[in-house]
Design a protein around this ligand. Structure first.
Ligand code: C5P
Length: 236
């Protein structure tokens, strides 16, 4: 990268989905590929930062020179983020954290047939199973509460409508500096895609539209914002 404007900075990036177990062989998860977060980690490294990448399960090759911490559940991701927070100048939270986990995951594999009952179901279409779920903690909001002045926090908002309203609301509710809002229903944007389009909404009132570009380019625009913020005077 021609510009080493993040030299001497340490950045924590999260990426990928989380997995919340239902039993020893099953989990709740989502369609996140991890590409956006890995792109941010790679570009931050190119720009000279030392990078810690807390990653949920993905098939992606970790970027060279980046320290990777692999996690599975939201709880593990939160523990890793809290552990690293005091060491970093900025956090880019690109992970698609599962919103819910099972209240009590089964220790044994859940069976389709009830114990002792014949399989095959009935006229109503088979045995019914109710899963009780509970919301996982909001990791980003918890980081915002623990951060020290001057640390820059970036979150994402993947929405399917009313993009900007929802993103602005998220900016306030989570107490972060920047929300990267993208409309995941738009062709070529969001999960599993190589490209993304977004609106960068800053708590300082800045608004930057990024057209449909490679995720590396969007990552660079996000890092432009972070680098400018870190270069400025310490806030609060
Ligand atoms: O509330 P929502 O899931 O839309 O917020 C998305 C942003 O918050 C992303 O940056 C995501 O990584 C983060 N998040 C989190 N912990 C959660 C849910 C989302 O840090 N439990």
């Amino acid at each position: 990268h021609p510009v080493k404007d993040l030299l001497g900075r340490r950045i924590l990036v999260t990426a990928g989905p989380t997995r919340e177990p239902l039993d020893p062989v099953r989990f709740l998860s989502n369609r996140s590929s991890g590409k956006m977060g890995y792109a941010v980690a790679r570009m931050a490294r190119y720009r000279g930062a030392s990078v810690v990448l807390v990653s949920g399960p993905t098939w992606l090759e970790p970027p060279a020179g980046v320290e990777v911490v692999r996690v599975e559940t939201a709880e593990q991701m939160q523990a890793a983020c809290h552990q690293w927070l005091p060491e970093v100048d900025a956090v880019v939270m690109a992970a698609a954290v599962a919103d819910f986990r099972a209240v009590s995951p089964s220790e044994a594999k859940i069976k389709r047939e009830a114990d002792g009952a014949p399989g095959g179901g009935d006229a109503a279409g088979g045995r019914r199973l109710l899963l009780e779920l509970v919301a996982v903690p909001d990791i980003l909001a918890s980081l915002a509460q623990r951060r020290r002045p001057g640390q820059v926090l970036v979150g994402f908002a993947a929405e399917t409508g009313r993009l900007e309203d929802l993103a602005r609301e998220k900016l306030r509710r989570k107490g972060v500096d920047l929300i990267v809002a993208n409309d995941v229903t738009r062709p070529g944007a969001g999960f599993e895609s190589e490209t993304n389009a977004a609106i960068l909404l800053g708590a300082d009132g800045t608004r930057t539209e990024v057209p449909l570009v490679a995720k590396e380019s969007l990552a660079d625009r996000i890092l432009d914002w972070v680098a400018a913020r870190l270069a400025g005077p310490a806030r609060d």
